[in-house]
Design a protein around this ligand. Structure first.
Ligand SMILES: Cc1cc2nc3c(=O)[nH]c(=O)nc-3n(C[C@H](O)[C@H](O)[C@H](O)COP(=O)(O)O)c2cc1C
Length: 354
């Protein structure tokens, strides 16, 4: 039941791509999935070239199979609105004072951001055969350099127009990211008026509009959701949240426990952490920023302003910790190892086909 254009193109048995999840996915998670005849994806969005090489080499030490490397294809803003930045720092000061959290205002001179363009040569040098990306489209030079080495490209779309643009640019595989999905929205055409299309509507419309195989992301976590996405025309699946609790995940115990105790209504879309919309568990911080309705500096500036607070451990109710998760994350939560989670999903889908 599994063999199709996508499995042939990617050279895998099962058309399941473990979603790249920066901060959660480890080389061990990627390798386990690729070793199990699916496709692991290593997230390196925004990392330095040194860190990118290190993570790729750690993954290669654990698997001889291909894996995808995932980039953030965004531009770094060239001009900054200091009024917005100072307004945000005032609000952060107010919020942290109220909750007795230590906070230091950030000097913009201390912030360093890295573009995906610095990482392309690393991927070429390391002979990476599959590159996925989100937040935009790689520039023409990068696409050409990767294509010259026959690298397969996977782009992320959250509406038909984005998918058509990726198709036109020669991207080989298109990931449809439904609004249920955990983590950052890949939207890039209109990030203010965000497309909010659920997978039930998004998958068939993108399948009809493009000439490339489609990978479905958002809410996929068991046999039934796999079968539903395939019935809608997807050739492959890209589950993320289902792997957050797994043994190989980098999520802390506090992070896993919050997710384990969560329920279907607990996720929100917020741009409070990074300036880009993302889905995660709601908490005191996401609520405070929503209530104050302040202007939020663009990605990745906002991420830089709150960097020191992001990793703050919390005991008791979660005040601040970002816990990215999709609308099915509570139902999908599992502390099993990644290979078992994958095999359970595959067996569940096969049982339905029998
Ligand atoms: C914790 C977390 C981190 C994520 N980080 C990335 C990332 O680095 N790159 C990327 O392309 N997508 C990222 N995503 C989005 C996933 O690729 C995918 O769209 C999503 O997980 C699918 O929905 P699901 O969580 O309901 O399975 C992330 C998702 C989560 C939950």
């Amino acid at each position: 039941m599994w063999s199709n254009n996508l499995t042939k193109t990617l050279g895998i048995k099962y058309p399941i791509v473990q979603a790249p999840m920066l901060g959660i996915t480890t080389p061990a998670m990627v390798a386990v999935i690729s070793n199990a005849d699916a496709l692991g994806s290593l997230p390196v969005g925004g990392l330095t070239t040194d860190k990118t090489v290190q993570l790729i080499q750690q993954t290669k030490a654990l698997t001889d199979k291909p894996f995808a490397v995932n980039l953030f294809a965004h531009d770094i803003p060239e001009t900054l609105d200091m009024k917005v930045i100072e307004g945000m720092q005032d609000l952060l000061e107010h919020f942290t004072n109220e909750h007795k959290i230590l906070f230091q205002r950030t000097s913009l001179f201390d912030l360093r951001f890295h573009s995906y363009k610095e990482q392309i040569q690393v991927l070429l040098d390391e002979n990476i055969s599959i590159v996925s990306f989100t937040f935009g489209i790689l520039d023409d030079d990068s696409i050409n350099a990767l294509k010259q080495k026959n690298v397969l490209l996977i782009g992320t779309a959250t509406c038909v127009e984005e998918a058509q643009l990726l198709d036109k640019k020669g991207i080989d595989i298109i990931t449809t990211q439904g609004i249920e999905a955990g983590g950052h929205r890949g939207s890039f055409l209109n990030t203010n008026d965000l497309p909010m299309i659920g997978s039930m509507s998004l998958i068939p419309q993108i399948v009809a509009a493009v000439h490339k195989p489609v990978l479905a992301a958002g809410g996929i976590h068991n046999g039934k959701t796999i079968q539903a996405a395939l019935a809608l025309g997807a050739q492959g699946l890209q589950p993320g949240s289902v792997f957050i609790g797994c043994t190989e995940s980098a999520a802390s115990d506090a992070h896993k426990s919050l997710l384990e105790k969560s329920k279907d209504t607990d996720t929100v879309l917020t741009n409070a952490y990074t300036g880009r919309w993302a889905r995660g568990l709601s908490n005191a911080f996401t609520k405070a920023l929503q209530e104050h309705a302040v202007d939020i500096p663009p990605y990745p500036i906002q991420m830089g302003l709150i960097a020191s607070l992001r990793n703050m451990a919390t005991t008791g109710p979660n005040l601040f910790m970002p816990v990215w998760a999709g609308q099915s994350a509570a139902a999908a939560f599992s502390r099993k190892d990644a290979a078992t989670i994958l095999h359970d999903m595959i067996a569940g889908a096969e049982n339905i086909s029998r």
